[in-house]
Write a new protein. Structure first.
Length: 641
């Protein structure tokens, strides 16, 4: 299979989206199409399907589209449900119509063989079995069952009618159906949007082993790194090909730019030298011939264009925290969250400057926790308490504004009436709202624009605690990198929900995982968390295999097994480390209390009050005793560790 576009272009009215397209898909290629928001990536995917969108480009080659083998192209936008009264399983099974027909044929032949064993029937039966195996008949049930589960659907969902699912769930079902239909060229536009980490990891593995070609538009860097072997970048209306994954693309682009810049600078210096010689000697009879030869040499050069700088235009923010918070920022104790019934119980403590990533499958309660912590929905049971001087701001992934009729400029000036017109426009400019754009109404803004406006308002308030729910949705890669840099430099405390693993890995120093109805806090970076989970899975599998081999063992033997098992040792180490960390914070807090009390004692009105002085000294003595007890506990735990 081969699909090729030579010297194509795409225009929209008088605007040129892409001026020279040279693009090729080979069998089993895994291709990424990357570029800034609005660069034309989705338009290009549409052009792969509908070649009438394409025109002749500016290149020298003749424009043509070549398709070898009439490839079947699958695109999510093409997937519609003709009958919404069908169940999800019925829709999924449509993909396997050929295999199911073969199954029925095999069953018929098996029945026929009970009555007659002639050579023709045996041959037909054998051929049907061979075809069944070739087409994946022995694996198809496991394939769709796994896909349904990984995409977050439950067993009972299989028998629900399509009409009973939400719009987002229907999109997921259509996506599943598309994947399982295995077209020759699979086109995916932002496939990881609205998928949780479990589903993304399953999709990665599925696409990596996909037997045919895949073309992906995505801003998920880790996803692209694990799948693609070729990258086409759209920038400045041009398309450039790079071999390798996304990390390779970043390196190769930098090398290409630096090489072209050096060649351009060298050629310009040479042209300047030759021109200077020609100008100096062209009017001297004895040197005129030599001068003309220098000019001819310039004419014969293939002029190297100065490379355009990367399109790195993005928002930025340099802001100070208005008020520093206390050491302990948030204490959550057996907090039950949910709407009509509890969906999770949560306990953890967060200290100043920590960056907590909340991860887990969709529907497990991550956004519900943020809304509860922000006071938008009431808790069901338990407690949560913010520390001293906490000033929090919340980024809602729905990006709703109280007055969508407001213009961008009105939204900012109403939120910050102290700003002058110049200050308001300067602030908006840092978030890429310039010129007449500031007079756009909020209701017509794209998802990316709404996100930037919400971030602009939040960061201008200079909070010391940020609650962010999927802040990178609708952002391109440059935008994500900009937000990463802002949040890395942020000295306050960060609590965020994200399914972007690259983003989580860059920022998080602790993890709150929602999994199988449980919520676990890990005092670990994302990479350490992944390594820990991998050990956990290997250890659990080892125990299960061991138990199966040895049969039923009594509880004492099982406990001994656990005590010597690497996973359970690591789990206990993690528990002790978390406790040590908490004790250290407690001691630091108590030492600060002593400093505050000693400062109080130096005040003139206290120094002359013997009774008050005595009370303060007793408090200091009591706190010192508590510190000694904490220190002893700290030493004992470190010995145990």
């Amino acid at each position: 299979m081969n699909y090729r576009i030579v010297n194509g272009s795409i225009s929209y009215g008088a605007e040129t989206i892409l001026e020279e397209i040279n693009f090729e898909i080979k069998e089993k290629d895994k291709i990424a199409i990357i570029g800034r928001n609005g660069a034309g990536k989705t338009t290009f995917l549409n052009a792969i399907i509908d070649n009438d969108i394409l025109e002749e480009g500016i290149g020298e080659e003749k424009f043509h589209v070549y398709k070898q083998g009439s490839p079947v192209i699958g695109y999510l936008q093409q997937m519609n449900f003709e009958n919404s009264n069908k169940t999800m399983l019925e829709e999924i099974l449509e993909v396997y119509e050929t295999i199911i027909n073969l199954e029925n044929r095999i069953q018929e032949k098996e029945k026929a063989l009970q009555d007659q064993t002639d050579e023709k029937t045996i041959k037909e039966y054998t051929n049907a079995l061979e075809q069944y195996e070739i087409q994946g008949g022995y694996m198809y049930k496991k394939e769709y069952e796994t896909a349904i589960k990984k995409f977050g659907f439950k067993e009972e969902d299989k028998d629900k009618k399509i009409s009973a699912f939400s719009g987002g769930q229907r999109t997921k079902i259509a996506f599943l159906k598309l994947l399982l239909s295995k077209p020759d060229i699979l086109l995916l536009d932002e496939p990881t949007n609205h998928l949780d980490i479990t589903a993304i990891e399953w999709l990665e593995n599925y696409l990596r082993n996909y037997p045919k070609a895949v073309v992906i538009v995505s801003h998920d860097r880790m996803f692209l790194d694990k799948i693609v072997n070729k990258v086409y970048e759209i920038e400045y209306a041009s398309m450039v090909e790079y071999k390798g994954n996304y990390t390779d693309f970043e390196r190769l682009k930098k090398e290409r730019y630096e090489k072209q810049l050096k060649e351009y600078e060298y050629q310009q210096a040479e042209i300047k030298r030759l021109q200077a010689i020609a100008d100096r000697f062209r009017y001297k009879p004895t040197k005129a011939k030599m001068a003309l030869s220098k000019l001819k040499k310039i004419e014969q050069m293939t002029i190297i264009e100065k490379p355009e700088k990367y399109d790195l235009k993005t928002f930025y923010a340099n802001f100070d925290i208005k008020t520093q918070s206390g050491k302990l920022v948030l204490k959550v104790d057996k907090l039950e969250i949910g709407y009509d019934k509890p969906i999770a119980e949560i306990s953890f403590e967060l200290y100043k400057g920590q960056k907590l990533a909340i991860i887990g499958e969709n529907g497990t309660g991550k956004s519900t926790l943020l809304k509860t912590l922000n006071g938008d929905i009431p808790k069901i049971k338990g407690e949560f308490e913010y520390g001293y001087h906490v000033q929090k701001e919340y980024f809602d992934q729905q990006m709703e504004f109280s007055n969508p009729e407001n213009t961008i400029f009105e939204e900012i000036t109403q939120s910050f009436p102290e700003l002058t017109t110049t200050q308001a426009r300067t602030l908006l400019g840092t978030f890429l709202f310039t010129g007449e754009d500031v007079f756009k109404k909020i209701k017509v803004l794209s998802g990316g624009e709404r996100g930037r406006l919400q971030l602009c308002k939040i960061l201008k308030k200079e909070p010391n605690v940020l609650l962010l729910d999927e802040p990178t949705n609708h952002m391109d890669i440059v935008g994500k990198e900009s937000l990463e840099n802002i949040l890395k430099e942020y000295t306050g405390t960060l609590i965020f929900v994200s399914h972007d693993r690259y983003f989580v890995n860059k920022l998080a120093d602790c993890i709150l995982e929602f999994e199988s109805g449980k919520v676990t806090f890990y005092q670990k970076s994302y990479q350490e968390f992944l390594e820990y989970k991998e050990k956990h899975e290997d250890a659990v599998e080892e125990i299960q295999n061991s138990d199966k081999a040895e049969g039923k063992i009594n509880s004492n033997e099982r406990n001994k097994k656990k005590e010597t098992n690497p996973y359970f040792i690591e789990k206990e180490r993690n528990r002790i480390q978390n406790k040590i960390c908490k004790i250290e914070k407690d001691i630091e807090q108590k030492e600060q209390e002593i400093q505050d009390l000693e400062k109080e004692m130096t005040k003139e009105e206290i120094a002359s009050d013997y009774i008050k002085l005595n009370e303060l000294q007793q408090k200091i003595q009591k706190i010192n005793q508590e510190i000694e007890e904490k220190m002893q506990e700290w030493e004992d735990l470190n010995k145990k560790l």
